[in-house]
Design a protein around this ligand. Structure first.
Ligand code: HEC
Ligand code: HEC
Ligand code: HEC
Ligand code: HEC
Ligand code: HEC
Ligand code: HEC
Length: 419
């Protein structure tokens, strides 16, 4: 009868609807601020600016060194987003609560100012951030599925967890409300004289909330949600093992690359003496610091010894090594050689380490996963110019359409990177 359909049908129907919502949560949409233009020209112009200035730290749909950017004009006001892009430090120093909280969340990583951008260029940037790069995002999600390259999938997990949490809460609430309705209705119908004995028997039998809760439909829905949650947590956990992107520990002495390598332009090799000759880049000993700090005791001509430099003197005088906290660290099973990349390959430090000369505190810029190494070996041409060692190989390779890439000289062989 019709009563039967409504009692069992409603929870199952709602449950399936929620399940469908949950499964498709990844394709959630958002509303950008209406003033952000969505024309193709604006998006294209924005993409070029993004690639030149932001790409090293940001992705649109994925957390990287900085947050995933898409949706920023929905999370924040348009003015806030513009001000942050143009000069984030000014906004942070003005005490803006959102900016300060974000800065803390990202370990005080300083986003460079972009005050050279015009208002128009910033709007174009926002067009690209809100509407651009959709194909990239789905390609990335697909690539993420095939191996270690996928540090995280296409769906930002913060969103997914929130959506799942809310859905479960709603599901529980609906079940509670249904249980109440059912018990009230049952009581009412049992006392009503218009209902026949046959129907009353049915109501008392099927209207039981225990039966609804233990019905096949509800069990299937609940198990599926629980299983999906367990699998997602496990996958996230596995991909996350050993990845420390963005790691920026506090060092024993507040040594600044921004000051030394940036403002005073001291060459990296002056301190990291190993980069061109060996496997390891080396962290300088106090002796190297003392070449200069024997004389430089404070900043900006101030009197006395700066407290940070006093720590350096203390270590030097007592012949105690400074206990720098290591930031980049591959597991023992992998072999990486600096000289091979810097000297032979001609790769800039910044390609792998990011804008070190702008960092007050050094942070890990790249993921350092196997997928990261392999991606570059697949796409980077061998620097064969003036290197006789490669002359023969280049000749042999001349027939091929593609340029000689690192993968062609064995850059994908397991034994090259694994002991
Ligand atoms: C050196 C790395 C770096 C570069 C380059 C960079 N950003 Fe950022 N960005 C960050 C970090 C880190 C944060 C998080 C806040 C902080 O630590 O200051 C951030 C935050 C943001 C935010 C705030 C996001 C939110 O959720 O509120 C926006 C918007 C933004 N960046 C846009 C840009 C744009 C546009 C560019 C290029 C013109 C850019 N960034 C270049 C590192 C960078
Ligand atoms: C005056 C000496 C000096 C100069 C010049 C210098 N560094 Fe450093 N570097 C250090 C010290 C000391 C540390 C360890 C403390 C820290 O992490 O800030 C370090 C740490 C690092 C780290 C992180 C090491 C880790 O633990 O994983 C990287 C990467 C790095 N430097 C790259 C560079 C690059 C690139 C340049 C040139 C643009 C450069 N450094 C210039 C002294 C220097
Ligand atoms: C080539 C010269 C040179 C070397 C090598 C050098 N420094 Fe410096 N350091 C400077 C100069 C120049 C200043 C800034 C002085 C100023 O602003 O007046 C400075 C400033 C500093 C400050 C800032 C002090 C403060 O109170 O803000 C610290 C800390 C510091 N250096 C630590 C180190 C450490 C640790 C090393 C070794 C890893 C090192 N420096 C190596 C030249 C050098
Ligand atoms: C092809 C990528 C790449 C380039 C280019 C590169 N590095 Fe590194 N760097 C790494 C990796 C990977 C590690 C971690 C190595 C490990 O744990 O064995 C690292 C570690 C370091 C460390 C920590 C100490 C050590 O030797 O393990 C310093 C300091 C450093 N790099 C400085 C530099 C400087 C300075 C340059 C440029 C002259 C540079 N790197 C160029 C990838 C690179
Ligand atoms: C930014 C690009 C880039 C990244 C990232 C990179 N490499 Fe390389 N790698 C190169 C280039 C270019 C060469 C070729 C150097 C040469 O000409 O010998 C190379 C060569 C090598 C070789 C020698 C291959 C051979 O056949 O002789 C090894 C081993 C290696 N890389 C390991 C690693 C490891 C491990 C990582 C990750 C931790 C890594 N690389 C990350 C660009 C990169
Ligand atoms: C270009 C360098 C490179 C090549 C080639 C390479 N690997 Fe790796 N591999 C790495 C690095 C770096 C790590 C450590 C990264 C990490 O911990 O995420 C790693 C990690 C691993 C791990 C451990 C994973 C983990 O999470 O602990 C295994 C297993 C592995 N590689 C197998 C292989 C096999 C099999 C091949 C050949 C098909 C291979 N690798 C080729 C660089 C390489």
């Amino acid at each position: 009868m019709s009563i039967k359909r409504s009692f069992l049908g409603v929870p199952i129907y709602l449950g399936s609807l929620l399940l469908a919502l949950f499964l498709f949560a990844g394709t959630y949409s958002h509303a950008a601020h209406p003033d952000v233009p969505d024309s193709e020209d604006a998006i294209k112009a924005g993409e070029a600016i993004f690639n030149a200035n932001c790409k090293t730290c940001h992705k649109l749909d994925q957390r990287y060194t900085g947050p995933a950017l898409r949706g920023v004009t929905e999370r924040r006001t348009l003015d806030w987003a513009k001000n942050f892009i143009v000069n984030s430090q000014a906004l942070i120093q003005s005490g803006d609560a959102q900016a300060v909280a974000l800065f803390r969340e990202y370990n005080n990583i300083v986003m460079p100012a972009h005050d050279f951008l015009s208002d128009m260029e910033v709007m174009n940037l926002l067009s690209y951030i809100e509407y651009g790069g959709k194909e990239d995002a789905s390609a990335q999600a697909a690539a993420g599925a095939d191996g270690a390259a996928g540090a995280s999938g296409g769906i930002p997990s913060e969103y997914l967890s929130i959506i799942v949490g809310v859905l479960i809460l709603v599901l529980v609430l609906i079940l509670v409300v249904l249980a109440l309705i059912v018990s009230v209705l049952t009581k009412y119908l049992n006392t009503s004289e218009k209902v026949s004995e046959e129907d009353k028997a049915f109501i008392n039998q099927k209207g039981d909330i225990k039966k609804v809760l233990t019905s096949d439909g509800v069990i299937v829905i609940v198990t599926t949600i629980v299983m999906a949650l367990v699998v997602k947590t496990a996958i996230d956990g596995l991909y996350g093992i050993g990845i420390q992107q963005g790691y920026a520990p506090t060092q024993p002495i507040a040594y600044s690359h921004e000051l030394h390598a940036g403002k005073y332009e001291i060459p990296c090799q002056y301190c990291h003496t190993g980069v061109e000759i060996g496997k390891s880049a080396n962290i300088p000993s106090a002796n190297i610091c003392m070449n200069c700090h024997m004389h430089i005791q404070n900043v900006d001509g101030k009197e006395g010894v700066s407290p940070e430099i006093a720590k350096l003197y203390d270590a030097y005088d007592n012949n105690r090594p400074i206990e720098w906290v290591r930031i980049h660290n591959l597991p023992d099973l992998a072999y990486f050689n600096h000289a091979q990349h810097v000297k032979v390959g001609g790769i800039e430090c910044q390609t792998c380490h990011g804008p070190i000369e702008e960092m007050e505190v050094v942070y890990q810029h790249s993921a350092l996963t196997m997928g990261w190494c392999i991606d570059c070996h697949r796409n980077t041409e061998v620097n064969a110019q003036g290197n006789q060692y490669y002359d023969k190989l280049v000749q042999l390779h001349a027939d091929s359409k593609d340029a000689l890439k690192v993968k062609d000289i064995g850059g994908l062989e397991c034994a090259k990177c694994h002991y």
